[in-house]
Design a protein around this ligand. Sequence first.
Ligand SMILES: *Cc1c(COP(=O)(O)O)cnc(C)c1O
Length: 279
Amino acid sequence: MTAYMDHKDLANEVIDSARAQEIADGVHRVLDRIATAETAAGREAGSVRLLAATKTRDVGEILAAIDAGIRMIGENRPQEVAVKSAGLAKRLGERGFSLGVVDATADGAVAGAAAAATHIPFHLIGQLQSNKIGKVLPVVDTIESVDSIELAEKIARRATMRGITVGVLLEVNESGEESKSGCAPSHAIDLAQRIGAMGGLELQGLMTIGAHVDDERTIRAGFAHLRRTRDQILASGAEGTAGCTELSMGMTHDLAYAIEEGSTIVRVGTAIFGERAFI
Ligand SMILES: *Cc1c(COP(=O)(O)O)cnc(C)c1O
């Protein structure tokens, strides 16, 4: 168990109104930043989706973000997914939303209500060790952090056993920084084509984390390269790559650059919830 989880009850559902307002203000500020960047880049309004990166935040904080307009969430750690998902799914259900994979074994009324609800996509955006796949598969729709054939094959095997299809993004380490996960950019096209051909997986796009530098040109070059890689994968016409359209790139400090370079999903934590007290 990660140490910070001992300091905060992540299943907590009740937060005070001042904190809820702070989070709502954060959501609205980020939505404004996205709209401004879309306009500046000459892109259609609404072409970039906002994923709230919810690591270290409790259920109450995540619900406040959803009440303020968040429609996609991402967790980094399987343990956090496990601690929060039941409470989140329940409270979201009360609001007319569904979260995660709809349980095929649920009774008709439950399944019907879930089908009618607006679905909130739940992504895993942090590294996944293969022994944790079973923890996240019943809950998350999409795993953004697939960066090797070995991991993809293991997820595919589990998904096939469960009779489900899991969305995946191939994570690419565009900056080459050693601290970062992700495959080498030179391997991305080959890996994407092999993942596209696997049963149980749906290749939805590519993901990267921007270079940890101040230089705008360096940050943008990584994003632009990810976009070109996606375009080459699509142009290849290889089996299972036609849906490889998403570009998950851009966080609190670089989302405007990412949007100008073609991002379709920005993953934002700090600008919504404030600085993290842990990690
Ligand atoms: C934490 C995290 C984010 C959000 O980062 P902020 O700088 O807080 O916006 C996005 N992507 C990943 C993979 C993360 O771990």
